[in-house]
Ligand binder design. Structure first.
Ligand SMILES: Cc1cc2nc3c(=O)[nH]c(=O)nc-3n(C[C@H](O)[C@H](O)[C@H](O)COP(=O)(O)OP(=O)(O)OC[C@H]3O[C@@H](n4cnc5c(N)ncnc54)[C@H](O)[C@@H]3O)c2cc1C
Length: 454
């Protein structure tokens, strides 16, 4: 079957590969993935997947593969998802059990990426060492020319920019919009577009580390007096919380590893420039010093971490549109967010699923690609922007900040923080993407209906 058009995906992370898998359901679309690195890779850390995203992964037929590598089994029942524990004191205090309908599935990231790679069909072409530098468009012909940093070029009809938080596609898109605004004398708009290019620092640094579970077990055996709990695959993950700090601990890789994410917020620094490299390997002593005075159980866990790293958490500034002609943003390039709703990759998968559904629709042709991309953007932008916002709000709750509550003294009211988190987060298990899909398809079909002549 001849292809109706060619989609180039720049960036083969979770978002880009999810888009490639989702598009591969439509044999009349040619798909190429261009990745800057020499192979597809993910950081060796944990990732959580909520029921809302799980449903899409099941639509894509990935659920069996993913279920087989998760020690936590997917369920639609109401389950305990997190224990919230005040831990910035010598003796910790469990104060809330977060329950959700359907579980937060927990994975080692490279395993998730591998499932996506394994499900790329043979007809999807993949290219490595191809770093996109910029693009140009011939709007009359409906083509996009990709220009790579090695000087090579490729042509496609749709460019999906899934090239992460430092996206070249986003940079080119906003530069184009700025130049267009300037050419119309709209100088304030031109300036605004340029200012939206760079991500901003959230004021949060995340310490990430993995622990071989056996190492923690050995430490426990050597210190029987400490009564350390070893996180088990069937035990409820614990969120250790303190003033402006929270530490998420859960097992991955069938219980062989324990994932740690420790988030330290300085809200007053949000929006300032982070002084130093965004990602750095740090000595374990820094990790321990950052949790000085915390309860012994957490300190014991952190003591067993190997090669911890420190990440300055940045977010993409929200845009009104993710589209420029036949080019669209997807995933972190569009809406990189703080990780406190465990939803950045999930939102990328939502983008991928919806965008592929629209591009694969029988009414989508080369001539109306821009219209179709605008429908994608109109439907997805408000949702992802809201999730970006909710992630920051969750972060402040996890750091025990709730208006009117002094968490250092009012321990009997800490459950109010738990209730606030549930209200802010339950969209991830209580809602689905289905209404957005229906709305987008309806808009596409309405846009292609012949207009009645009056
Ligand atoms: C500490 C932490 C914890 C998190 N936890 C969760 C969680 O539990 N659940 C969740 O859903 N999300 C989580 N996230 C968010 C999630 O990691 C990201 O949102 C997600 O990985 C983004 O995927 P992406 O494909 O858009 O971008 P990326 O994963 O950044 O992929 C971009 C790809 O593009 C390539 N690339 C870059 N530039 C170019 C170029 N110019 N040309 C070609 N290729 C290029 C890169 O090499 C890379 O392969 C977390 C984030 C952090 C920091």
């Amino acid at each position: 079957m001849p292809a109706k058009f060619h989609v180039a995906i720049c960036g083969g992370g979770i978002g880009g590969l999810a888009a490639a898998v989702a598009l591969s359901r439509f044999p009349d679309i040619e798909v190429s993935v261009f990745e800057a690195a020499k192979e597809f890779t993910e950081v060796g850390a944990g990732i959580g997947v909520w029921p809302r995203v799980w449903k899409l992964l099941a639509y894509l037929g990935l659920d069996d593969d993913l279920a087989s590598i998760s020690a936590t089994k997917p369920t639609q029942d109401e389950v305990d998802t997190f224990i919230f524990r005040k831990a910035d004191q010598p003796e910790g205090l469990d104060f809330y059990k977060l329950r959700s309908r359907g579980t937060l599935l927990r994975y080692h990231r490279p395993d998730v990426l591998q499932v996506l790679i394994d499900n790329l069909p043979a007809h999807c072409k993949t290219y490595f060492n191809r770093r996109l530098q910029t693009y140009t468009q011939d709007r009359a012909k409906g083509t996009v020319q990709l220009v790579f940093s090695d000087g090579s070029t490729e042509t496609c009809n749709v460019l999906i920019g899934s090239d992460g938080i430092k996206s070249s596609v986003r940079r080119t898109m906003l530069t184009n919009k700025s130049e267009e605004a300037a050419s119309k004398g709209k100088l304030e708009d031109a300036e605004r577009f340029m200012q939206l290019i760079e991500p901003t620092w959230t004021g949060i640094v995340a310490y990430r580390a993995l622990i071989p579970t056996q190492r923690l077990q050995d430490y426990k055996d050597a210190h029987p007096e400490m009564n350390i709990r070893i996180p088990q695959t069937n035990s409820t993950p614990i969120m250790y919380m303190g003033q402006h700090i929270n530490v998420v601990v859960y097992p991955i890789s069938s219980g062989k590893l324990i994932n740690i994410g420790a988030f330290h917020a300085k809200p007053e620094l949000a929006g300032t420039n982070f002084p130093g490299p965004w990602v750095e390997t740090i000595p374990n002593d820094e990790l321990l010093a950052a949790h000085d005075g915390w309860e012994p159980e957490l300190q014991a866990i952190l003591r067993c971490a190997y090669t911890p790293s420190r990440w300055a958490v940045h977010m993409a500034q929200p845009l009104e549109s993710w589209v420029d002609g036949n080019v669209a943003l997807l995933g972190d390039s569009a809406h990189a967010m703080s990780p406190q709703q465990a939803s950045g990759a999930g939102q990328a998968i939502e983008d991928a699923y919806l965008l592929a559904t629209l591009l694969g629709h029988r009414l989508t042709r080369i001539e109306n690609i821009n219209q179709v991309l605008n429908i994608y953007s109109d439907v997805r932008v408000p949702v992802a922007t809201e999730v970006q916002h909710r992630s920051l709000v969750n972060g402040s709750y996890f750091g025990l900040q709730l208006e009117g509550l002094d968490s250092t003294r009012e321990h009997d009211r800490l459950h109010e923080i738990g209730d606030a988190v549930v209200e802010n987060w339950n969209w991830a298990w209580a809602t689905t993407l289905d209404p957005s899909i229906s709305e987008a398809v309806k808009r596409l079909e309405a846009s292609q209906r012949p207009r009645a002549h009056l």
